[in-house]
Design a protein around this ligand. Structure first.
Ligand code: SF4
Length: 326
């Protein structure tokens, strides 16, 4: 085996993860090296996570009306996308969505609200009440994505039964100012640290295909390693009409596989959950995301776009000989 492959495999299998130069080399591999790459990443995924796949599902509990200007987001203040906009849904509506998610096969349910941070105490209590009900009546684990929460807010939600906090960094520190100008990257980093300190399981990743370089992709993966996040959602741009990135299609399906693979090799023991944009970017290569190192995916609809029917994803897992994991 050539030194590159030997080194990459050994560093990932040890749990240490590959460094910046090797991460860049993985992202630069040609399509002719794809099967060889997937052979390594599948072995790494199996070593740390076996053949069990996590399925997540979300509800967009508060849509649009966001103060922030994230270029990829249909809910941003810069977006003219034709999406539904509404304030925080009632506890009953959130619970109903959770029950439907359970029927689709989800074991974890995420409550997502647009906005930089949910600061309103009444809204936070409503989410806390919903979490408690979803945990006790449906037995689903819960996750929230409510912006830059303080550690006190996270502690409150944990006391109501919450398991995970999701907050994406979106992209690298270097590229972030070209994605969002209304808040600073360090605010997001601080929110991730606060959630870790409060004792939550932290889910933090980004979105690819925004115009970032290969260096930016590697930088994000290394930042996530430094922050010791537990789970890494990988999203691919779905260039919604009306957003500043409308029409942008930077990624090929093999690019997406190289991104997932690089993320797996930099963060060998973490969950990697492929989320938004997988259908439009991976297309017919979707099933290969697990060989590339994904240990989970999202079923059902995304925040402002539709996913494919959940039954197709469950069938894909069965066809691959993979199982669902809690
Ligand atoms: S990604 Fe979040 S913070 Fe940024 S515009 Fe969308 S809803 Fe607002």
């Amino acid at each position: 085996m050539e030194p590159f492959w030997e080194r990459v495999r050994a560093r990932a299998m040890s749990g240490e993860g590959i460094g910046r130069e090797d991460a860049l080399a993985v992202l630069s591999l040609g399509n002719d090296a794809l099967w060889r790459l997937l052979d390594v990443t599948e072995a790494v995924r199996r070593r740390f996570k076996g053949d069990g796949i996590r399925l997540c599902s979300i509800v967009n509990a508060k849509s649009g009306l966001c103060s922030e200007d994230c270029s990829f987001c249909a809910q941003s203040r810069r977006s003219a996308a034709a999406i539904e906009k509404y304030p925080l849904r009632s506890g009953e509506e959130i619970f109903r969505e959770a029950r439907e998610a359970k029927e689709r096969g989800a074991r974890e349910f995420s409550i997502v609200a647009s906005g930089l941070a949910m600061k309103n105490r009444g809204e936070l209590t409503r989410v806390g009440d919903a979490i408690e009900r979803i945990r006790t009546e449906l037995g689903l684990e819960t996750c929230v994505s409510l912006g830059t929460l303080s550690s006190e807010d996270v502690e409150y939600l944990l006391s109501r039964g919450l398991r995970s906090v999701h907050h994406n960094l979106e992209t690298s520190r270097s590229f972030f100012p070209r994605v969002c100008t209304t808040h600073d990257y360090e605010e997001d980093v601080a929110a991730v640290r606060a959630a870790k300190e409060a004792g939550a399981w932290v889910c933090c990743g980004g979105v690819f295909g925004l115009g970032e370089s290969l260096e930016d992709r590697a930088e994000l993966a290394l930042t996530l390693r430094e922050l010791q996040v537990d789970s890494i959602p990988v999203n691919f741009l779905n260039p919604v009409p009306g957003t500043p990135l409308e029409g942008r299609t930077d990624l090929t399906p093999p690019d997406c596989l190289r991104i997932i693979a690089m993320m797996r090799l930099v963060n060998p023991a973490r969950e990697i959950i492929v989320c938004g944009g997988r259908e439009v970017n991976l297309r017919d290569l979707q099933a290969l995301m697990f060989a590339a190192g994904a240990t989970g995916t999202m079923v059902g609809n995304y925040l402002t776009t539709s996913g494919r029917p959940a039954e197709e994803d469950l069938r894909m897992l069965r066809d691959l000989g993979l199982t669902r994991r809690d």
